[in-house]
Design a protein around this ligand. Sequence first.
Ligand code: ADP
Ligand code: MG
Length: 551
Amino acid sequence: MPGPETKQDSVLRRLWHEEIKSHWRLIAVSAFLSAATALAASGYALVVNILTKRLEAASPEILWLAPLLVMGVVIWRALSLHFQMRVTSRLALTICRDLQSRMYERFVRAEFSTIRALAPGDVLSRFTNDLSAIREMLIRLSNSLLRDSVQLLAGFVIMLWLDWVLALAVLLLAPVILPVMTRIAAAITRRATQTQAHIGATTNYLQETIGGTRIVKSFGWEREASLRSASEFNERLNLQMEVIRLRARIEPILEVFGGVALSLVFVIAGWRAMSGASDVSDFLGFIVALLVTSPALRSLGGLSGAIQEGLAALRRCYQIVDLTPETGGNDSPASSGDISLDKVSFAYEPGVPVLNELSLKAVPGEFLIILGPSGVGKSTLLDIILGLVQASTGKVALGDHVQSADRLTNWRKSFAYVSQQTLLFEGTIAENLRMADATASDEAIWFALEQAEASQFVRDLPLGIEENIGPGGHRLSGGQRQRLAIARALLKPAPVLVLDEATSALDADTEQAVIAQLKALQDRTVLLVTHREDLTHHATQVIRLSRPQQN
Ligand code: ADP
Ligand code: MG
């Protein structure tokens, strides 16, 4: 993934500016409800203080005051807890939804060369696994950050008010506890980042082998595949356990801290009682305040673990958001079918040229065959023509319109493409074809199927073009899929048709028929890439690629 590692505070700042800030209305409501919940908890301490005073005075008031005050506080807290949870969850889920949409949009708009270098499974796990770590962080942040801080603060104020000496004694423990907590947090961040990267790699492995069960089974790899995945899952368990071991340290440390505070309070109070000065109702109020405040502290401590994991995940998601987008240029259709390449060179790696000063020219009505052995750079040439990768030197043009890196999406409007690996999507035949032209009529679809020699088998399907072809089109044969891909390209109103070994899965007769149809396209320039010498007699022009001399 490109980009330097972002610092923790800058990720937090970014989270605030890009994700959270705009939801200030929800935040305000959530803050109000959090404060209400927190204050209700501190209210218990006051109620105990007030009621103990009445108890000491044996006042009959207590008979109606006790249920009134206690139930008042309870109902107040119950209601605010309920609404707080709903509001804060909505806040967190909304933020996640928006982040996901933004990630997806940035991903599909990113430069092809960058996208191609990423492992699909790893990207997928950023959308799923990392997003759920972020959701967890946001829910816990909004549920407890404000509520627990207010509760902590209110609790401490009440303790100060009831007995400032005891309160300050409790506060003195803070400098001991804080450095310990910071160290644990840093360790969690490191582990969490490792774990999430590992989950990405595992997801990729799963995706490849689950998608490729045909290969796994035909090679008898079931056992190896299961063993390998079991060891990946085990590795994941170990990494997760390391994070959990660290997180599990936090609460016990805070528990011990609470115990020390409680003992300290009793020791000081006992010492004061021995010297004669003590007030039971204030002391009891103080203890209740301490007891309702310490869970808030514990939950704030536990929060830091979830936050570290969430931030590590967020950093991985921001790497997707930060992918460099392709620029589209203006929206005018570049409709010329006169394609020309002028001395185009290209190398994936310096010193290993794939294309060397290649020139070609073709106009509508022409049927240009690009011929060459496998691995010579035919698909790469088409990638360059489509603007998916950029030529190192040389010029690609449609008419007098030169391809430039800043108007690529617009450039591609002029091309209809059939890739070497047929790619169809889950859905009906009509849906797949309408990717080429959303407004195409059923008649236009049937016509394109006719041209691609696909109408016969589609007509034989029970639902015709409304038939669902399954994930990736797996309910069709390789040759049927390939013809649908050709029909899809033919449906696109583009002047240049580009086909990469697109008839490789067809039987000889069907192939001849498809090629005859393509040759008959008078208003389009057809570029057909193949390694097969016997197809060249169809061509109006043949370009032969051979391996360039290496430097
Ligand atoms: P063809 O389509 O003619 O069979 P390609 O254009 O796919 O060949 O590949 C041409 C050469 O470029 C091959 O030697 C291949 O190894 C190399 N190549 C293809 N894609 C990449 C890539 N993404 N990174 C590095 N090298 C690549
Ligand atoms: Mg190829």
